[in-house]
Design a protein around this ligand. Structure first.
Ligand code: DC
Length: 209
């Protein structure tokens, strides 16, 4: 059973990499950000407040698999709300079992705390990032595809806010695990990132054999 943890910053390319790695190794893939996004959407739909831990916990405990397929989860406002709801300890606790059960069957999980909290014993841990301006440009292009009209500077401002919140929260903050392999994707194509990651995974998995 192979578990690959792909953590990293917002818009670093970790989702694209996680999916591609799962396809390469023929294992399952879980985008754990979707759990927080779906939780945030549930809070908002119920007229609640993502800043309130109790609202977040109720939403997380009532999450259903169907909640994860809504295309609106990809939107900027839901992502920002997800970052806010994810600071609560009870929200994270409510989503823990689902992630651990998924990991118990083997797969690639991408998120912020996979290598540090969810799967500290993952076979391979990758930490993906890129400069803030490069990530802002990538996210800007992605948002334009969904019809969201923001300038690169506005996206950059939101991204800095998100990086700060995700990495300074008290519970399970975004940070590389001590044994994570770092991948700075700033000047790399998607293909180059994938082959660098496969090289790391193959080398680590070979040692485990
Ligand atoms: O990866 P993403 O942009 O879809 O994540 C949205 C937010 O959810 C992110 O800003 C912080 C939170 N998150 C988290 O706290 N832990 C995870 N494992 C994944 C996401």
């Amino acid at each position: 059973m192979t578990v690959i943890a792909v953590d990293g910053t917002f818009a670093s390319g970790k989702g694209t990499l996680g999916k591609a790695l799962a396809a390469h190794y023929g294992i399952a893939y879980l985008d754990t950000g979707k759990l927080y996004r779906a939780t945030a959407k549930r809070v908002l739909d119920a007229g609640g407040n993502v800043a309130l831990e109790a609202d977040g916990e109720t939403a997380a405990l009532n999450l259903s698999p169907d909640d994860l397929y809504d295309p609106i989860l990809k939107s900027g406002p839901i992502g920002a709300a997800a970052s806010k709801v994810s600071v609560h300890q009870k929200v994270r606790a409510a989503l823990l079992a689902f992630q651990r059960e998924f990991a118990a069957k083997g797969g690639v999980l991408d998120g912020r705390d996979i290598g540090t909290v969810i799967c500290p014993d993952a076979d391979v841990k990758l930490y993906v990032t890129a400069t803030q301006i490069e990530r802002a440009k990538r996210r800007h292009a992605e948002l334009a595809g969904y019809g969201e009209k923001l300038t690169v500077d506005q996206v950059l401002e939101q991204l800095i806010e998100r990086d700060t919140r995700d990495s300074t929260r008290a519970v399970a903050p975004l940070k590389p695990a001590a044994d994570a392999h770092m991948l700075d994707t700033t000047d790399m194509s998607i293909e180059a990132v994938l082959s660098a990651a496969i090289e790391i995974c193959d080398a680590v998995l070979k040692q485990h054999d």
